[in-house]
Design a protein. Structure first.
Length: 250
């Protein structure tokens, strides 16, 4: 059989990874000495890698993560930031997802809370988990709208399915009426099923008052705090350090 016939059939089947590996084999004379079984395995492996990479690319696209380049290896662990490097690398191993646990990241603005959360989420996608990123004020707005247009139940189902949900910027905007209840529904649907990362400028000790609903605050904190790894970030603002603007010019 002619190579072109095989290539055309691979195109028909959309076996892109298999096709690229096959073309490499027919162009490399060294493969003439490789057994049929080994060559076939390499072709199948190439297709498998292609499909996995395609799934990862799609997962990144659907994740809404803003910084898809955020990575654990790029984190500045200099002493002035007082970051527990051992803890961060332990969390990056993603055992907390397998254990259906959560992470709470707190610290002043600019200390790298969002970056760390997204770095962990990026790692989870590469490892095959479905992750999603959203700022908490936007999530609460989505829920308020969904109650009006009748899509509330579907929205809850959507957020319950992600293996890892990143709720960024919790506590930056005042809680409106029913916001605490709406947030509780998201948390409740995920408790002991999937994992959540929450970032906040507010210390956890201030969350109870911020939620402004004693009953709901008790329920949320009970479900989140007892099953969460705590990461407290400090030090100077990373945005200020990385800024290319020279204040002396003004």
């Amino acid at each position: 059989m002619e190579h072109i016939n095989i290539i055309n059939k691979l195109d028909e089947l959309s076996y892109k990874g298999f096709k690229e590996a096959y073309m490499h084999q027919i162009e490399d004379v060294n493969y003439d000495s490789v057994s049929f079984e080994d060559r076939l395995y390499q072709l199948l492996d190439a297709q498998d890698i292609f499909l996995k990479n395609k799934r990862i690319q799609m997962a990144f696209k659907l994740s809404k993560i803003k910084d898809k380049q955020a990575a654990i290896d790029a984190i500045d662990f200099s002493p002035k930031r007082k970051i527990n490097k051992t803890q961060i690398h332990s969390l990056a191993a993603l055992n907390f997802i397998h254990s259906k646990q959560n992470i709470i990241i707190t610290g002043k603005t600019g200390t790298g809370k969002s970056y760390l959360a997204q770095a962990i989420a990026n790692r989870s996608i590469i490892d095959g988990y479905r992750a999603y990123y959203i700022r908490t004020p936007l999530l609460l707005e989505e829920i308020r709208i969904s109650r009006i247009d009748g899509t509330y139940t579907n929205l809850l189902k959507k957020y319950s399915r992600f293996k890892l949900l990143v709720l960024d910027d919790f506590g930056v905007a005042p809680m409106l009426e029913d916001d605490a209840t709406n947030l509780f529904e998201i948390i409740e649907d995920r408790t002991e099923i999937n994992s959540t990362i929450i970032t906040s400028q507010l210390p956890v000790s201030e969350w109870y008052n911020y939620l402004n609903n004693n009953t709901i605050a008790d329920a949320i904190l009970d479900r989140i705090t007892h099953s969460s790894h705590r990461v407290e970030l400090s030090g100077p603002s990373m945005r200020k350090i990385k800024s290319s603007i020279n204040s002396e010019e003004y």
